[in-house]
Design a protein around this ligand. Structure first.
Ligand code: G3I
Length: 374
């Protein structure tokens, strides 16, 4: 064969090979060790202006487990966190108990390290969280402070923490989980609302905005994926605050789902009604847990159902203009909070304990890819 004929034959052969290549839907590519390929990561698949994020494992339940701090010590974990995601959220490292362990004493090293990592890997950071009923230090909860002292403590905390990372945090979950399921305020649990009244919520947003005018300031909650009493409560509260000039930018749904229950089928409509108010929206803590008996593996049907939930949640966010950030609450089952909290449930993330990509991983990646092509 002459050279041009050889070339033609080679081109035809490779075209045939390409045609014959199986569709990649939900399958590993075979060329790379699972979870290692730099070419086909989630962040590469995502539309340009869309953040695909993960919580950064550390603090919280990790401290009672038999492994060292994952973010600090697990090299493979760090590599994947940098390669796969365009946004990171401190799982526990910016919560009161962790970052403000004693009166007037701030512990910034871990959060600083996350922010440095994000800058190195060109990632956005979501701050979590400033005003919550949970994971508060004992000195705060049991301090018997006067109202004036408490206000001053909250203002100092918000301005110190937000101010330290000014310009480096894309979105802050300023107020976390302030409503009960029936849409009433969590007055009994939340020290700030209980002691200082509901107007303190507005102050928290004002103080955060003063400390970093560029950060987008969010409400964040679980159980608000659907249209229900709790999400209705936010829909009523946020415009009321905005009418008073309070700097609220967004409403975030956490997205802790379980295959035991149906998918929240009004998720898109719910996000859209906040979008219609001119608010940003986000999915901030997505995971999908399932029932797993000790020592057994999830079935293919369970994994497919999980993948379907991830896909539908991501599609709902992508369909809403102002939903530009989708974060999963940890990317590997190795470090997930789920089995620690829910006996008999687990496997909630997109990679297994060995960082092997699960069907949910491919569902997320393919959904991002389709959106990027539109
Ligand atoms: O408070 C005790 C402390 O007294 C004790 O010394 C320590 C020993 O390990 O345990 C402490 O409690 C732990 C807590 O983190 C604070 O460190 C709990 O056992 C531990 O389970 C807890 O886990 C975190 C949980 O929030 C607490 O609510 C998880 O790591 C974290 O993933 C989870 O994240 C939350 C989001 O922030 C908000 N949305 C829900 C989401 C899942 O619960």
């Amino acid at each position: 064969m002459k050279v041009p004929q050889l070339l033609l034959a080679a081109v035809l052969a490779s075209a045939l090979l390409l045609q014959a290549a199986p569709a990649q839907a939900h399958q590993p590519d075979g060329k790379h060790p699972p979870g290692q390929s730099k070419q086909d990561t989630l962040r590469r698949a995502a539309p340009k202006d869309f953040k695909i994020g993960s919580a950064v494992a550390g603090g919280g339940h990790h401290e009672s487990q038999d492994y060292p701090d994952p973010f600090t010590f697990d090299k493979e974990y760090r590599k994947l966190l940098g390669a796969e995601f365009s946004s990171v959220s401190p799982e526990n490292q910016a919560k009161w108990e962790f970052i403000h362990p004693e009166p007037g004493v701030y512990r910034f090293a871990e959060m600083d390290a996350i922010v440095r990592f994000a800058q190195k890997n060109k990632q956005a950071v979501r701050g979590h969280t400033l005003f919550w009923h949970s994971q508060n230090p004992q000195w705060l909860e049991q301090g018997n402070f006067s109202d004036d002292e408490l206000r001053a403590i909250l203002k100092d905390h918000i301005q110190t923490v937000v101010g330290r990372y000014a310009g480096k945090i894309q979105q802050w979950d300023v107020a976390n989980e302030i409503f009960n399921d029936d849409g009433t305020l969590r007055t009994a649990d939340n020290i700030w609302i209980r002691e200082l009244g509901p107007d303190i919520i507005a102050d928290a947003f004002r103080w955060a905005h003063e400390a970093d005018p560029s950060a987008k300031l969010f409400f964040n909650d679980f159980g608000v994926e659907d249209i229900n009493a709790k999400s209705n409560a936010y829909l009523e509260l946020i415009p009321r605050l905005q009418a008073q000039g309070v700097p609220v930018d967004g409403f975030a749904v956490q997205g802790h789902l379980s295959t035991r229950y149906g998918f929240p089928s009004n998720l898109q409509a719910n996000l859209q009604r906040f979008d219609d108010l001119g608010l940003e929206t986000a999915v901030t803590e997505m995971d999908v847990r399932m029932d797993v008996a000790a020592g057994t593996e999830p079935t293919a049907a369970q994994l497919e159902k999980q993948a379907d939930y991830y896909q539908r949640a991501l599609e709902a966010c992508l369909a809403v203009d102002g939903c530009r950030s989708f974060t999963i609450w940890g990317f590997t089952d190795k470090y997930s909070w789920v089995p620690v909290f829910f006996a008999g449930e687990g496997e909630a993330t997109v990679m297994d304990e060995n960082f092997t990509r699960k069907p949910a991983y491919y569902a997320v990646r393919d959904t991002l890819r389709s959106a990027a092509r539109r």
